[in-house]
Design a protein. Structure first.
Length: 312
């Protein structure tokens, strides 16, 4: 099959690599987001998909929008059999959806219709879901509303973070994509209509969400720490210091004020919450690397003295 691939982050690059490794398919062009400033120096940076495409000498297109008739004409001239979309970041108008012979399919990191939208991996963890997966769907004009061609499932473990779940879903999605393309090429793919009543909106992650509210229950905060790992990282304030919390686990019940440090030792920093307590096991001080709490306490124990109030 002659494939146009559209995607931007690492998750998408993994799927592009799977297509490049497949002798049954030919990626004829790649679409990705325009280069953007990144890092402290705000240097213009290419997306992981562009880096991979360039390394494989593939034509790369980076339009600001696909609503422009001129851009739509360029895409049509490629005469692709299908367009594979993975975390691209641009809306595809109906004209584009109708252009390839077999239309456009999307690899979505959730079991649809549960989480539609930009952040399905994170929202599944935040909600306490026990299971998620990858859905491959035939795209339509709605937001992740197309007929489902394939569903692959995996468990969300108790200590699962967005970082670890991301890797698991990459490993599920790539072979599922190749299998779906085989069925589409043979005319044996079967689309299942989604039940809109079961859908939730996976809103894009806002950095402001990562501020820890200690009045919430430890169960909720444990999920949020895992949700925001690796981005943007949950954090709490201690005076003028912003402390990132990378790993934590549930602690015992507590009657102390929310945000107060109960204990600090080699096991971690135990903090009282609205319900129960949360044991912080890996944190990051400003300007430093993330480290196990046991290591940080060797030199900064006074900073985390018992009864110290976090969240001020």
């Amino acid at each position: 099959m002659k494939i146009i691939f559209a995607g931007t982050p690492d998750f998408a690059a993994t799927h592009l690599q799977a297509l490049l490794n497949s002798p049954q398919h030919s990626v004829i062009a790649v679409y990705t987001q325009p280069d953007r400033p990144a890092g402290r120096g705000k240097k213009m940076t290419s997306s992981p998909v562009k880096v991979l495409a360039t390394a494989n000498n593939l034509p790369v297109f980076q339009p600001q929008s696909l609503k422009d008739p001129e851009q739509q004409a360029i895409l049509a001239e490629l005469q692709a059999d299908i367009m594979v979309v993975v975390a691209y970041g641009l809306i595809l108008p109906q004209t584009v959806l109708d252009t390839p012979r077999l239309g456009c399919i999307n690899v979505h990191a959730s079991i649809l219709p549960r989480w539609r939208g930009a952040a399905p991996i994170q929202r599944a963890i935040e909600a306490g879901d026990e299971e998620t997966g990858v859905t491959i769907m035939q795209m339509d004009a709605g937001l992740d509303t197309g007929a489902m061609l394939s569903i692959s499932r995996c468990a969300i473990e108790d200590h699962e973070s967005s970082a670890t779940l991301h890797v698991k879903l990459e490993q599920l999605g790539a072979p599922a994509l190749l299998n779906t393309l085989t069925h589409l090429g043979a005319g044996t793919a079967l689309g299942v209509v989604q039940d809109d009543r079961l859908s939730c909106y996976a809103a894009k992650i806002d950095k402001a969400e990562a501020l820890i509210d200690w009045t919430l229950s430890a169960v909720v905060l444990d999920r949020r720490v895992r949700t925001f790992n690796p981005f943007p990282a949950a954090y709490t304030n201690l005076g003028d210091l912003r402390i990132k919390v990378w790993q934590a686990e549930l602690g015992p019940s507590s009657t102390l004020p929310a945000g107060q440090i109960i204990s600090a030792d080699s096991r971690g920093i135990l903090v009282s919450c609205g319900e129960q307590s949360l044991l912080l096991t890996e944190i990051q001080l400003p300007g430093k690397s993330r480290m196990p709490v046991a290591e940080i306490l060797k030199s900064r124990a006074k900073l985390f003295s018992v009864q110290t109030q976090l969240g001020n």
